[in-house]
Ligand binder design. Sequence first.
Ligand code: DX5
Ligand code: ZN
Length: 228
Amino acid sequence: MSTRPEAIKFAPSILAADVSRLAEEVAAVVASGADRIHVDVMDGHFVPNLTFGPVIVRRLRPVCPIPLEVHLMIEEPDRYIEAFAEAGADTLIVHQEGGIHLNRTVQAIHALGKRAGVAINPATPASLVEEILPDLELLLVMTVNPGFGGQRFLAGTLPKLRRARAMIDQVRPDCELEVDGGIEPHTINQVVDAGATVIVAGSSVFGAPGGAAVGMARLLQAIESNRA
Ligand code: DX5
Ligand code: ZN
């Protein structure tokens, strides 16, 4: 099995998984070294697509031996954080653009005993999360416009990723820096070199020819060969 820098964590997104075999798909990525499972929640308003609700998190929880992070691509996330927390999410990621009182939302996540993450869309500057950063366990820099799997990586987000890395190093070095969207073997090293520590990948893992284990191995190999 490939090795990788300890600092890099993998969060396969089940958006690209075969949901009729979800437990098997999760087991395959866990066996291949996934650190957590990424659940993409879409409401048809914040993004033009609909996906999972708390019920899928509740059903996944007992069959998933690693943490679950829930990426809430929804408007007014405050209305649903308790339901996802109760369903078994370990980390709740809300969008900076999804509500008005971000500080209150982050406090509410912490009050539920969960890790708090904030995501920013490609057009949202990193400076908009500067004041909330000391309160976060995770900052997610979207590398595609949220809403769909299988989109092309937006290289224009790399300078922002580097700025986010610098901000984190300065105010909260233990805050994780996550990327999401278009991460494949040929794009992964750009985000790792820019300072990402958590990699979300959907299509390149679950959609890989040969299956999820092959997809994970290809991503790990890409990082390894960049280091060689
Ligand atoms: C996009 C979602 C992603 C998505 C990534 O709106 O937030 O998590 O699953 O999919 P890929 O890796 O296929 O770009
Ligand atoms: Zn996501």
